[in-house]
Design a protein around this ligand. Structure first.
Ligand code: MG
Length: 459
């Protein structure tokens, strides 16, 4: 069991994720990266560069504790002989793009993503651009007790790269039809939530008429909570509802998540952002592969099927999508909270890239029409209180009662039916088992939830 690593790196309040812990974790990651050939993703074929000591990038979002933790991370990496490149304040997708561009062997991003401002986290990315999962993180954690310092003359000063976001923007712009977007003369309302998404405002201004709110980066997140939920982007919704906009766009604190409002100001949930992204990717093609988590709407799979593409389901969490891209060669991957991976840019969720791809769609017809053209599903959910000790046991019992076609038991148990599905999954942080269903009618979804709630309660 890992003491520090969660689903996506090490996360905590300042007294938990302290500079002392950041230093130790960075040293362990440095050693892990220096010896990378031992720690590849299983099945991966990418070779290491042959460099003895790794080149590792460090980036941070605009949180108040960011520079303090980043300094500890840079020091930790340098102390075990890594070549350190500091990207300064940068979006998560911008940093992940630079990993590929610089041919670096590792990246540590100091960001707590969409969490409240008092939180921070270290997110680790390997030499293939694959985010380090909890399972692989345990390997890094095991090295924390075995840190050997480099010799004094192997410790190198960090180099600074100032233009990471500019380079990322160039790559995004190169992957879309800018002229097509410009010609549509779109008017878009943007809510950056005081996060690093605001570093991209110029990119949007070059192709559309923009009204932006919460544009100044501020580690207190004074404008709104950082998570772009429907409830948290009400100010943007009021702006769009006044009229005159083709869409509203919003990101989380490190700009990897992205959600939208249509021209009427109606919320376009992350599931639908992903389904539209799949449509964007597979249009005009026949065949391919998409990857998504077991808790994502069936709409994406339906869109993939219409284009003859297969859907691979992964555990819940961005690192598993990143792994699926590297190992399975998926054409696109995404999750229900509005994170989409565009492989021509990086193997990480990329909010600014997703936004530009959506502008290409909106340049053709109104967003509301795109959304209503998607397969429609209704959902229902409930949670069952159980003790911490019983959670795992109940899920295991349930899994063994659900063998057969349509059952995906990689993270909880998802049972697929022809036009509906249900998932029974233990909450990662709370003492609940959650039951979530999706079907073509609200009644059918509710009925499924009730039926499976009863089945779980009987175990
Ligand atoms: Mg995020």
């Amino acid at each position: 069991m890992s003491k520090y690593f969660g689903t996506n790196g090490i996360r905590g309040l300042f007294h938990e994720l302290s500079p002392q812990l950041a230093l130790k974790a960075a040293q362990a990651f440095g050693i892990w990266t220096n010896e990378r050939s031992k720690f590849r993703v299983q099945g991966s074929e990418t070779q290491s560069s042959g460099r003895k000591t790794a080149k590792v990038l460090v980036a941070r979002d605009a949180r108040l504790t960011g520079e303090c933790l980043s300094a500890a991370v840079r020091s930790g990496l340098a102390s075990v002989g890594c070549e350190v490149i500091d990207l300064g304040v940068c979006s998560a997708p911008g940093a992940e793009f630079m990993l590929r561009k610089e041919g670096a062997e590792g990246l540590i991003i100091v960001t707590a993503s969409h969490n409240p401002p008092e939180w921070n986290a270290l997110k680790f990315v390997d030499w293939e651009g694959v985010t380090v999962s909890k399972e692989r993180g345990e390997g890094i954690e095991a090295l924390m007790g075995k840190i050997g310092l480099a010799k004094w003359d192997e410790v190198k000063p960090a180099r600074r790269i100032e233009n990471a976001v500019a380079e990322h923007i160039k790559a995004i712009e190169g992957s879309v039809d800018l002229e097509k977007i410009r010609k549509a003369k779109l008017s878009i309302a943007l809510d950056f939530g005081n996060g690093t998404g605001s570093l991209y405002s110029e990119m949007f201004r070059r192709v559309a008429k923009i009204s932006a709110i919460n544009e100044n980066m501020d580690g207190h997140f004074p404008g709104r909570d950082s998570e772009p939920t429907e409830q948290n982007i009400q100010e943007l919704a009021s702006l769009v509802k006044k009229g005159g906009f083709d869409a509203g766009f919003a990101w989380d604190g490190d700009a990897d998540r992205f959600v939208m409002l249509d021209e009427k100001g109606d919320f376009v949930i992350g599931d639908k952002v992903f389904a539209l992204s799949v449509l964007h990717r597979l249009r005009g093609r026949n065949g391919g592969k998409i990857a998504t988590t077991v808790s994502t709407s069936r709409a994406a799979e339906d869109v993939a099927k219409m284009h003859g593409a297969e859907t691979i389901y992964t555990k819940v969490g961005a690192p598993y999508l990143s792994e699926a891209m590297a190992k399975e060669g998926a054409d696109i991957a995404g999750e229900e909270v509005g994170g989409v991976i565009w492989k021509e840019i990086s193997l990480a969720k990329d909010g600014p890239a997703t936004a530009m791809k959506m502008l290409e769609l909106i340049a053709e017809k109104p967003l509301g029409e795109w959304v209503s053209g998607l397969p429609q599903y209704f959902n229902a959910k409930t949670k069952i209180a159980v003790s911490r000790e019983k959670k795992k046991e109940i899920i295991e019992k349930f899994a063994s009662s659900q063998k057969g076609k349509g059952v995906v038991a990689i993270d909880g148990v998802r049972v697929n039916f022809p036009d509906s599905w249900v998932i029974v999954r233990a909450s990662g942080t709370e003492d609940y088992i959650r039951v979530f269903a999706e079907a073509k009618t609200k009644e059918k979804a509710e009925k499924l939830v009730k039926e499976y709630e009863e089945r779980v309660k009987k175990l």
